[in-house]
Design a protein around this ligand. Structure first.
Ligand SMILES: [Zn+2]
Length: 456
């Protein structure tokens, strides 16, 4: 596909809209997505759509716009194109260009959200704009959703929508296209395109530890703080058991398959509960890649917040630590608590109290669907030498909530990246930016994929 098959003016308009959205600071916390939502609403109205704005907080709205198929052509349940308009905060002093400048230097468009994920909002809108101009005879309704609050856990965003206004999402949408996938990854001279089909679950826990209380001017042993310190040390220094799901092994095999037979034989061995944890560091020595592979093969638990009484001169009877736990496929918060108790010093066990603050299971979606095949074909048309890999991420996205509506959700935000650009480092990283050429490539890839899928 060449740029000439897509009107250049529309690609330029997409750049401008992305710059406008990047200039609106939607850092979460605190969020404040309203201005960005209003801008997107204006674009939708220009397309002849009637976006609905709703949510629990007027300053933090969600937007949903629906393009209905002609009833005489409608054959299937809707497809949702979903994005979030909030971004993670950025420390401006570390950036080459102001993270909220939308700076366009001809090669890149810079800004917090260029990758995660205002770029996809614009990509989806540009595709819809093109297909509406062509009067594409849809066989299903297409719903565009731009939600708030993804980065802080989805409570006001997709979770609110799913719990309060599922009707806006078509009640039971068949499919959702969302982040994280479709971008190119360069490995040993080859280009891979992960398409996300699974994500880990969440178990946010609070561990309360009790101990001897009293005036802190006296020497004290067996205090809650001392016990908490030991508990935190044990949790952070331990590797939890291996849970090699089929999805995780398929992901590893996907990157290994085009390589030597050794790699093909080694990948399945990683599933072995005792060989796997030893083999992975040998097979994948690079730090960040290995860390994320290890994360999808086991539950993880990171103590993040300490909770205590503010009195400096009192030995508290109880102190707590909040733990960001992430669940491998098939695991529950109770499973994770059991694994953590196993690694804690025995003498602490009678002084512990666990609370599950929030739990959401891992989600996993089928690769045996019409849409997955179409996404795969879409990448292959745009890059015949690319290898598609069904992928799983250690984090979570809005798909976690859409899964509750029974939808098959895929991470597909196609961007062709130059080899020297490390995608993973841009996600929530310093100098987040999107290559203009790769962005236009993505707009055309998504448009052509939808053009074929939506008339099936
Ligand atoms: Zn995101």
């Amino acid at each position: 596909m060449t740029e000439s098959s897509f009107p250049v003016t529309e690609l330029e308009e997409a750049d401008t809209l992305l710059q406008e959205l990047l200039r609106i600071d939607t850092s979460n916390p605190p969020g404040g997505e309203k201005e960005a939502t209003d801008r997107v609403a204006r674009f939708c109205r220009d397309l002849g759509l009637s976006p609905e704005i709703c949510g629990a907080d007027p300053e933090r709205p969600n937007l949903v716009a629906r393009w209905n198929a002609d009833p005489s052509h409608r054959k299937h349940r809707p497809l949702v194109l979903s994005c979030h308009l909030d971004v993670v905060p950025a420390a401006a002093e570390q950036w080459t260009h102001d993270p909220f400048s939308g700076h366009h230097d001809g090669t890149f468009i810079w800004g917090r959200g260029a990758i995660d994920m205002k770029g996809f909002a614009v990509m989806a809108l540009a595709a819809l704009a093109r297909l509406r101009q062509e009067n594409l005879p849809l066989t299903r309704d297409v719903i565009f959703a731009a939600v708030c609050d993804e980065e802080a856990g989805t409570r006001l965003g997709s979770r609110w929508l799913v719990e309060n206004r599922p009707d806006l999402l078509g009640d039971k949408p068949e499919y959702v296209i969302n982040e994280v996938g479709g971008f190119s990854v360069h490995l040993k001279g080859r280009r891979f395109y992960p398409i996300q089909v699974a994500e880990k679950g969440v178990a946010w826990l609070r561990l309360a530890v009790s101990g001897q209380s009293g005036h802190s001017s006296l020497p004290a042993r067996d205090t809650a703080v001392e016990r908490l310190g030991r508990a935190v040390t044990s949790i952070t220094r331990t590797q939890l058991p291996w849970h090699p799901s089929e999805e995780a092994i398929q992901f590893i095999r996907g990157f290994a398959a085009p390589d030597s037979w050794v790699a093909r034989k080694v990948a399945p061995l990683i599933a072995h509960p005792t060989i796997g944890p030893r083999l992975l560091p040998l097979a994948v020595p690079s730090g960040s890649r290995r860390l994320s592979l290890e994360a999808i093969l086991r539950n993880t638990a990171n103590p993040t917040c300490l909770v205590s009484d503010p009195a400096l001169n009192v030995m508290p009877e109880e102190v707590s630590v909040d733990i960001d736990g992430r669940l491998a496929i098939g695991q529950t918060a109770e499973d994770l608590i059991r694994e953590l108790e196993d690694v804690l010093p025995r003498d602490l066990r009678s002084h512990l109290d666990w609370e599950i603050l929030h739990e959401a299971p891992a989600s996993s979606f089928s690769t045996d669907t019409e849409l997955f095949r179409e996404l795969k074909a879409g990448i292959q048309r745009s890059d015949p030498e690319g290898h598609i890999v069904p992928s799983i991420i250690p984090g979570f996205t809005d798909s976690q909530n859409y899964a509750k509506l029974g939808a098959q959700c895929y991470g597909f935000y196609p961007v062709q990246l130059p080899e020297e650009l490390d995608f993973a480092s841009l996600f929530h990283g310093v100098d987040e930016r999107i290559p203009v050429e790769g962005f236009h490539w993505g707009i055309q890839t998504l448009t052509e994929t939808l053009r074929r899928f939506l008339v099936r």
